[in-house]
Design a protein around this ligand. Structure first.
Ligand code: PLP
Length: 548
């Protein structure tokens, strides 16, 4: 220590004397120069925008890929070659979507189209699409059980709200009430004892965005944090990464234990500093279906006086009812002191139509940090609770109807059947010698990876050919299925198809080499290249989704 101070002292004297003799600089000039350099340095820090690094990408691999891509662009003919490849990729994405696009319309018809004609198109579309989503071989996506009566009654009820606009609470008091009741009812499920403190949103992503927005505004206003960060397990849903990008919050990714596939608490703690606004845990996470140690995370958040968001978007409706059947997932909601917000989706295992999720907050004060209002707009004073302005009452109506029509007893039975099927599926996959289930999933998703030399993406390729629409994961490469009432009857066949795929790969190793390098895009069977080069391909895919 003394040696270091001595060294710095000597260096300072040396610099000072050489500057003084060469440029006649005095102490005041050195202080001024230091001050000036600090301002310049700060300016660069705040204004130079480096290209975005993928969140799980190491700095080294980021630099390598940027330098590599930068350099090859200078090679003659390379940029033309890359452009050609992009056009080909866009064409191939478009072609795969084109196969399922019929009766394109580019303009409003001169005279309105009669309902018979419109209905004909509708029938064609539904007949074709229902073969996809009703195949019983789909991961997640459609959660409601095959209960025609429930679905028909729900359609009948919600159609009364398609033109409603609960932004005008005085004109549509029924819509307002439905929304407030959905929040209250959901809050009750997760240990909110008094009023329901939350908002109804369009889905899990919006719920998560609003939670993180609230933490950012809270931390800025009450703690003066202007360079916020949040610490999330690497398995946290992509919506948290999106919140970081939208709201300019640094994302600090905590590792996941490669045995349990839940967040490594030691690593998570090491990322927390005085600029941390919140931490996150999932019950369960999307990739592996494992539950993070919520009680421990709550204790950390409480001790550090920061927010803690529980993402129960995927599993909320399963775990909330599981306790009534004696399943013990520990405490995971507002009955835990450190939990400050929780998201739960009606449109997943709440079995409601799409467009309904609830974000719940511990206090009204925290919720207010997510609200938007302006008193000075020329259009008048304006205030909205979520990201929407005018909105339909359908989301609230669908969620309200479903929760009341199904009831606690049925939800409890349905929850039990999902849990049993999940545990059973994990057990059966673990019995396949070539595979290993990631962690111990016991809620509603199962992910497996390869134990020996079998490329799981090749298994995915064969399963897709066999009509399965399931997801791939990465780090490590895996295959994930989200268990639903639609696919439970086919899970035996799923295991059988996996076994057959392994035999096929073993018998034809060279045939499956290429498919094994490609994962699938979230929510689709669309193949995309290795993650290092996927960034551009993903944007091209979105272009093709919006193209006719
Ligand atoms: C754990 C988890 N959180 C959040 C979300 C995002 O929900 P949504 O797709 O409704 O926006 C999902 C979606 O699957 C999820 O699994």
């Amino acid at each position: 220590m003394y040696q270091t101070i001595d060294f710095l002292n000597q260096a300072y004297k040396q610099i000072k004397s050489s500057l003084q003799c060469q440029m006649q600089i005095d102490e005041f000039d050195i202080i001024f120069l230091g001050f000036f350099l600090t301002i310049i340095f700060n300016f660069f820090l705040n204004h130079i925008r480096l290209p975005r690094r993928e969140y799980n990408q190491s700095y080294w691999s980021f630099v390598k890929s940027k330098v590599f891509l930068g350099l090859i662009n200078y090679c003659p003919g390379v940029s033309q070659f890359l452009e050609k490849k992009k056009v080909e990729a866009l064409k191939s994405f478009s072609n795969s979507l084109e196969k399922q696009t019929a009766n394109k319309t580019f303009k409003i018809p001169e005279n309105g189209m009669g309902y018979d004609k419109i209905n004909e198109r509708l029938r064609n579309w539904i007949d074709r699409d229902s073969k996809n989503y009703n195949s019983g071989k789909v991961s997640g996506s459609l959660y409601v059980q095959n209960d025609e009566k429930l679905i028909e009654e729900c359609q009948e009820f919600t159609k009364n709200f398609i033109y409603s606009n609960p932004m005008h609470a005085d004109l549509w008091p029924a819509s307002r009430q439905l929304e407030a009741e959905v929040i209250k009812i959901t809050g009750e499920l997760f240990g909110q004892d008094k009023e329901g403190i939350g908002m109804l949103t369009t889905g899990g992503t919006e719920s998560i965005l609003l939670a993180i927005l609230a933490y950012r505004n809270w931390a800025e206003s009450e703690k003066g944090i202007t360079q916020p960060n949040m610490v999330i397990p690497e398995t946290a849903h992509a919506a948290f990464y999106r919140a970081g990008e939208y709201f300019k919050i640094e994302i600090r990714v905590a590792k996941v234990n490669q045995k349990t596939f839940t967040v490594d608490l030691k690593d998570l703690k090491s990322h927390i500093n005085s600029n941390t606004i919140c931490i996150v845990g999932s019950i369960p996470n999307f990739p592996y279906g494992t539950k993070d140690p919520i009680e421990e995370l709550a204790a950390i958040a409480k001790k550090k006086k920061i927010g803690f968001h529980v993402d129960a978007c995927l599993g909320g409706f399963i775990v909330a009812f599981a306790k009534e059947k004696g399943m013990n997932y520990g405490k995971f909601d507002f009955t835990l002191d450190g939990v400050t917000s929780l998201s739960c989706d009606q449109h997943k295992h709440g079995l409601a139509p799409k467009g309904a999720s609830t974000i719940l907050f511990k206090t009204r004060q925290l919720r207010q940090y997510a609200f938007f209002s302006t008193a000075t707009w020329s259009g008048g004073a304006y205030a909205v609770p979520t990201t929407q302005g005018s909105k339909s009452g359908i989301g609230a109506a669908g969620a309200w109807f479903t929760m009341l029509a199904i009831g606690r007893k049925k939800y409890t039975e349905l929850s039990k059947s999902i849990i049993n099927a999940t545990i059973q599926l994990a057990k059966q996959i673990n019995e396949i010698p070539e595979l290993e289930v990631c962690g111990q999933p016991n809620i509603n998703c199962v992910c497996f990876k390869s134990k020996i030399n079998i490329n799981v993406y090749s298994i995915h390729q064969i399963l897709t050919q066999k009509g399965w629409n399931i997801n791939t994961t990465q780090n490590p490469p895996g295959i994930h299925i989200s268990v639903t009432h639609q696919n439970i009857p086919n899970l035996k066949l799923y295991v059988q198809d996996i076994k057959e795929a392994i035999q096929e790969i073993k018998a034809n190793p060279s045939k499956y080499k290429k498919g094994g390098e490609m994962g699938a895009l979230y929510g689709t069977t669309q193949k995309i290249p290795n993650s290092k080069f996927a960034g551009n391909a993903l944007k091209l895919y979105l272009d093709s989704v919006l193209k006719l």
